[in-house]
Ligand binder design. Sequence first.
Ligand code: SF4
Ligand code: SF4
Length: 475
Amino acid sequence: MASVMFAAFDLTRNSLPCGEGTAIFLNRHDAAEVLKKSGKSGEAMDVARFRDHLYVIKRGGEAILYDVNRVTTYACNEIEAHLLGDAKNAIAGASERLDRLLKLSTSLANCGLQAPYSGHPNSLFLNLSHACNLKCAYCYSSGCLVDDAPRFMGRDEVMASVEYLLQGINPGEAASITFAGGEPLLNFRAIKAAVGLAHRRQREKGVSIQYRILTNGTIMDAELLRFILAHGIWIQISLDGPPETHDRLRRAHDGSGTFDKVERTIRFLKENGYPRFSVRSTVCHGNSDLSKITRFMEGKGLKDIYLRPVIAGPGESVRLTEQDVSKVCAFYNKASKRLVEDGAAELPEDFSVYVNRLTLGLKTKRHCGAGRDLLVVTPGGAFYPCPSLAGDPRYRLGTLADGLDRESFENLSVDEKPKCRQCWARNLCGGGCVAQAAKTTGDLRDPDPLECKIIKAKIAGAISIYHRRKETVPV
Ligand code: SF4
Ligand code: SF4
């Protein structure tokens, strides 16, 4: 009963001008036939085109028919029953009804809900320091460290950046400021200046601002913690896994490992009751065993874990290989199956981002907000679209003094990327990481094929989690 009501819910939502999405359960025999005819997709999971915009995703003993255009899931027999008023014979004569269903699906497909875009960034990254006390194997800031920009952001640039952000935020709206680098805590003075001004201005304007610090976790003391606690700042600490892995990848300038310092910081935060921190692991060649990383983190009692594939191009030693990517995809495949079986309420961010899109019926036209909702300011006041492209003059989008010019970053929606137009995952993926594309192909419209495999593994997992939730959550 619950799942039938879910189907009704979906129909209500999809009848709105902004509604999207469908996935339909096939029986095992149908799914096996489709997969046999289409051949394997070559991905970690069985994904095969069925017809038109419908794809079969086979997971263990079940198969989900995913409708690319409409981006959600419901059981075939249920939706047919609702659409055709024929609950008893919903399975029989499926072909004819599927044709009618496809027509309806197609007619609804072009009115999808899309994330609104105000035209002004609401998420500002302040690269406060191009200096860093570490020299990590895969550092995306290495470009910043060699250009001729100043090493630290000064007070005037900090103030101008905060004002720039706030001028586009209307009363009642939210924004975020992320302090990054290099190592932002080497420029604590700038953090204090930014938070002080933003606090005052947010009260005046009636907006809310969330603050984050992305740190390597080697700098922490009581004064810093007091400030962080007083202003409700979130911290993300880079931790790559067990000591031998972390110390190999994240070293100080003298070559020594930094695991002990990071562990000390985490212990200090926990002992002082600071709940708002997450850890981020960079997944790269030499650190691609996600089971090992997550086991280690969970053993340490760390819950908020972000696994981020390294941004690296061909020829770079840290770039994930085909073999690494297969392992990573197998991990997501297994993890999603376990989450389906356990019915876990809390999902890792790797899946929750897509499950949320499915739940909202949100058609995603861009992979992230780079260059639109998200803007980076570097020391010297230059604008960049994303932290991984900061410091590369090819992607500079203007300056605080001259204003924002993002013409070179327009026309990057998923519909404007030739390979993405044919991809079953496009409306949940949004076209891949442009920073990774820049590194791999040099063309922002041409995504990295290895990254695509990882994205598709996560999305296939998220579709199965979403579908199971719809079937089981009482309504
Ligand atoms: S980036 Fe890759 S996975 Fe994403 S839509 Fe494009 S082709 Fe598909
Ligand atoms: S372009 Fe890539 S690295 Fe940059 S913000 Fe987007 S997803 Fe992140």
